[in-house]
Design a protein around this ligand. Structure first.
Ligand SMILES: CC(C)(COP(=O)(O)OP(=O)(O)OC[C@H]1O[C@@H](n2cnc3c(N)ncnc32)[C@H](O)[C@@H]1OP(=O)(O)O)[C@@H](O)C(=O)NCCC(=O)NCCS
Length: 216
């Protein structure tokens, strides 16, 4: 007999702080975490909240090719690489103390941590993170692999391009567009659109450098 989807054990890809919070969140959802996997060999055999870091990420794919899994690594580019290469069934993780409006469009691999709020008709792209106590107001358009850090507030109608990172505690005014791959510094106040692939910091947020590759 097959286990119901919500009863299948889960593996966590990654063994750092974000993975630890994910394990706690999965348990709060009533899920059992079988093992974590990380490419830092010095950590193999360590415990993360009682879950063993059991080996490399490639070994997880060999051992549990059909597993329910979630990526516990913050970097959007690393998450994208892993999601595209690994064979797992990417589950959605929503802490029971988060609020996600029923009209929100949820994609595979989305993670919503404790205290987060996601308001109506927002779209959460695959493998994006809405971290602890962050809020995404109505009609948000959050791209794939986006990392919304703890305590971020996005007003209504904000668009965040794929693989962008919004640093801890930043605020974004209504209707703003943040380009793909852009990094917004912690505590920033974003009051104007930001292009793709830049770092922007401060109140109001200003671009301090480009992230475009300098290779011709
Ligand atoms: C924006 C950020 C990515 C920049 O990192 P960086 O490229 O290494 O930048 P540096 O530390 O070299 O700083 C460059 C300049 O920007 C300033 N700066 C950096 N981060 C800033 C911030 N969040 N707010 C205001 N100014 C900032 C620095 O003071 C420095 O100014 P100076 O040139 O006048 O001395 C980083 O500082 C940051 O805010 N990260 C967010 C991390 C986060 O939210 N983590 C959550 C994990 S869950």
């Amino acid at each position: 007999m097959h286990a119901r989807p919500e009863q299948r054990p889960v593996i966590v890809i990654g063994g750092g702080g974000h993975a630890k919070v994910l394990i706690s969140t999965l348990r709060a959802m009533g899920r059992t975490v079988t093992a974590a996997f990380d490419d830092d060999t010095s950590r193999h055999g360590e415990q993360l909240l009682g879950v063993t870091i059991a080996g490399s990420i490639a070994s997880a794919a060999a051992r549990y090719p059909q597993a329910d899994a979630v990526i516990g690594i913050g970097s959007p580019t690393v998450r994208q690489l892993l999601a595209e290469r690994l064979p797992f069934r990417w589950i959605q993780v929503v802490h029971p103390h988060a609020y996600v409006d029923p009209s929100v469009v949820m994609n595979p691999g989305v993670v919503v941590m404790a205290g987060a709020v996601v308001q109506p008709e927002t779209v959460l792209g695959q493998h994006c993170i809405v971290n602890t106590s962050a809020s995404v107001d109505h009609d948000g358009n959050i791209g794939e692999y986006v990392n919304i850090s703890p305590g971020v507030h996005l007003s209504g109608n904000v668009t965040v391009g794929d693989a962008a990172t919004i640093g801890i505690g930043a605020s974004v005014l209504q209707g703003i567009t943040i380009g793909a791959g852009t990094v917004v510094g912690g505590g920033a106040a974003v009051i104007r659109d930001l292009p793709s692939q830049v770092v922007a910091v401060g109140c109001p947020a200003r671009v301090i450098r480009s992230l475009e590759s300098k290779v011709a």
